[in-house]
Design a protein around this ligand. Structure first.
Ligand code: ADP
Ligand code: MG
Length: 693
């Protein structure tokens, strides 16, 4: 059997049209064999078989809509655009063009039927189509020419959709004579009712005209489920291998230092919540095993993760090891520094600080302190990941807001120990991640949740207010500041550009200085130097300014308990989880707090409904679930930036129901190293970053 050619060892160059040049292009996509090509699955499908009602639009779903032109506007904003509103009998949407000419504008005559192809995105009027492909059609004409879904493949330079489609067609033909090896146990194959792996692959490359479009677009066809299962399993297995590799290493044996913990708690004006206590115990259990801990702690904003981290740090430090605390920004690192100083210095622990902005001399001192073991607790930013940071005896690495770091960055700290002992790892996240998603995205980690807020927190009252009442909102700020409390004004993101957003924040700042003369109004945005940002934040924290105008740079972790009012402008441009994070900057003191979502005049009903979720809930997990539904996991986890967790066809949300079974089967399969490796190679290849760390 092994002597027969298999799809895995038939080179792509046997396909018609694949010479050495195209082979090189395909190699960039990790496609070498016909099997690789078959497993290079469509990223998504275009549904050009039917017209979708405008009221049913969703972000990132490619559709055809058709409607009559209601009006055209030239909008003079930061960037001039042409906005064409079209209407069908369910609602209206906007086609937006940044490049256009007069004749194009004139072609959109009122009442003319337009058919538009594209994926709507959130824009200033709700869901909008940016530079869509479109055509004019006779009214009444609703039939479409495509009979089947059109697959869209991931591409690279030098490869077009039509080229790769013609290659997959040949590859699918080869499936008649050769089949890829079935790697799933028979039990799993039967779960999905597809006869063979080959038929599932053929179906997904060329969905037949009678295929159910809804089912396929929702990722629910048995062929998709079967392959998604296999892919999720491969990811689970690679992460399990990583975990096992980890568990074969030694780690510091940490004892509980009950007296020290009690001493710390006795200085606090509150006691631990039940959830904090439980998570502390879970961490301590891991730390006492002698193998490296890999644990994620989740908790909503304000649930008190920092204190849990400090207690873990204290036990590690008093067991004779160092602790590194890594935060994604200097503002946040400084806040941790202050907390840890306040909590741990009285116990006799020494704390050192390392961030990018230190002068050369200070940096040298810090490096020496760290290397000589003269500080037990080291707080910092990415700067701690650098090569020349050498710890005397690192026992625990705590990574705050871990979604800002890639897996590889996180794991680089494990190389930083001199003792032949791998440091324990505790990662904390403030964006609550629904459990099934956490199980996929971070299956190598154990998981703890602080599912309780400290008592006495007053829920933040959230209101949706239209821009037309801006003056009234500004008045509210005056009232709040006159009472001695502070406020934030968060300016919107402008077209994903930090420069435009910063310019916009500056304008707003100028306006508010005039409208609220007599108060100190500060401003912070991403274009300021780190030192400037820090100064502004520090002075706001001290109460020297009453209002802070900011871009979303303040999203993460800043703690100013005296701030009780937050205005968020154009909230429709942000994800719900992010809005919840932002809003979590208020409601940290004993005063009741308010958040005003100041939305644009043209906000659609749909977008307004989305924002209502924030009015109705203060629960980060509920909000995260909603956000996941609307925006998908890449946005929620921030992995679009770090590149972690990119699947070929599995979708952490659409296939969430498969996860428990993937884990169950995976636990059995992982002992079969050969089979695991085959699955991993098929789906992930050998060059996935975390597979080799
Ligand atoms: P997050 O989980 O968002 O990182 P923090 O650790 O910043 O939250 O804690 C938020 C605030 O709650 C801090 O001011 C902290 O001192 C306080 N806090 C932490 N634990 C408790 C508790 N058990 N009871 C009351 N307040 C607490
Ligand atoms: Mg925090």
């Amino acid at each position: 059997m092994n002597n027969l050619p298999t799809l895995a060892n038939i080179d792509v160059t046997v396909l018609k049209g694949v010479g050495s040049k195209l082979a090189q292009v395909l190699a960039k996509l990790d496609i070498h064999s016909v099997q690789d090509l078959l497993f290079h699955l469509p990223l998504r499908y275009l549904d050009r078989t039917r017209i979708t009602a405008i009221s049913q639009l969703r972000t990132n779903t490619s559709v055809v809509v058709q409607g009559a032109v209601l009006k055209t506007n030239i909008v003079f904003g930061k960037r001039r655009s042409l906005a064409v509103t079209i209407e069908d009998n369910s609602g209206t949407t906007c086609l937006r063009f940044y490049h256009f000419n007069a004749s194009q504008k004139n072609s959109f005559e009122e009442g003319r039927q337009v058919r538009c192809y594209g994926d709507p995105r959130l824009g200033s009027s709700g869901l909008e189509f940016y530079h869509p492909e479109y055509e004019f059609v006779d009214s009444g004409k609703t039939e479409l020419s495509e009979q089947a879904l059109t697959p869209v493949y991931p591409l690279t330079d030098g490869l077009s959709q039509s080229r790769i489609r013609s290659l997959t067609e040949q590859a699918v033909n080869l499936l008649k004579d050769y089949s890829p090896s079935e790697l799933l146990p028979a039990e799993v194959q039967q779960m999905f009712g597809m006869d063979t792996l080959a038929s599932a692959l053929a179906y997904l490359h060329f969905p037949p005209p009678e295929a159910s479009v809804e089912q396929i677009l929702a990722g629910q066809h048995p062929a998709q489920q079967r392959l998604a299962f296999e892919e999720l399993l491969a990811h689970y297995l690679v992460r399990q291998q990583l975990r096992e590799q980890f568990q074969q290493e030694h780690a510091a044996l940490i004892k509980v230092h009950q007296d020290k913990k009690a001493a710390l708690l006795s200085t606090l004006p509150f006691s631990l919540t039940g959830a904090q206590q439980r998570v502390c115990d879970e961490i301590q259990r891991d730390l006492s095993k002698g193998v490296p801990m890999l644990r994620m702690v989740q908790g909503d904003v304000g649930s008190g993760k920092t204190l849990v981290a400090a207690i873990a740090a204290l036990n590690v430090a008093f067991s004779g090891y160092q602790v590194a605390i890594v935060a994604p920004t200097e503002i946040l690192a400084e806040q941790h520094l202050n907390n840890f100083k306040q909590w741990l210095e009285p116990l006799g622990l020494r704390i050192c600080w390392l961030v990018g902005k230190l002068t050369a001399a200070k940096r040298r001192d810090a490096l020496k302190t760290i290397a000589d073991g003269e500080a037990e607790i080291i707080v910092g930013t990415h700067a701690l990941f650098q090569e020349d940071v050498d710890f005397a005896k690192l026992g625990l690495a705590i990574i705050d807001e871990q979604h800002r770091f890639g897996v590889d960055q996180r794991l680089s700290l494990r190389k930083k120990s001199r003792l032949g002992e791998v440091p324990h790892q505790l990662v904390m996240t403030a964006t609550p991640i629904p459990r099934t998603l956490a199980m996929t995205a971070y299956s190598e980690l154990d998981y703890s949740v602080i599912d309780e807020l400290p008592p006495g927190r007053k829920p933040i009252q959230t209101a949706l207010v239209s821009q037309s009442r801006r003056a009234h909102v500004i008045e509210r700020i005056r009232v709040a500041c006159e009472k001695g409390t502070q406020a934030y004004w968060v300016c919107p993101l402008v077209e994903d550009s930090e420069t435009l957003s910063a310019a916009n924040a500056e304008q707003t700042w100028e306006q508010l200085k005039v409208a609220l003369s007599g108060f100190n109004i500060a401003m912070v945005h991403g274009r300021l130097k780190a030192a400037e940002k820090e100064m502004v934040m520090a002075s706001f924290k001290k109460g020297e300014s009453q209002l802070l105008v900011a871009t979303t740079v303040i999203e993460v972790g800043v703690d100013v308990p005296n701030a009780t009012l937050m205005i968020i402008e154009n909230p429709e441009r942000l994800g719900l989880a992010q809005l919840h994070q932002l809003r979590g900057r208020v409601g940290r003191g004993s005063e009741a707090s308010h958040c005003v979502l100041l939305y644009g005049d043209k906000l659609s009903q749909h977008a307004k409904q989305r924002l209502q979720v924030l009015r109705e809930s203060n629960d980060g997990f509920v909000i995260a679930e909603k956000d996941l539904e609307i925006r998908g996991p890449g946005e929620l986890l921030g992995t679009r930036q770090t590149g972690d967790m990119q699947y070929r066809l599995a979708d952490a949300q659409q296939h969430a129901n498969l996860i428990p079974e993937v884990h169950r089967i995976g636990e059995h399969l992982c002992v079969d190293k050969e089979l695991s490796d085959k699955l991993i190679q098929r789906w992930i290849g050998y060059n996935k970053n975390y597979a080799q760390v």
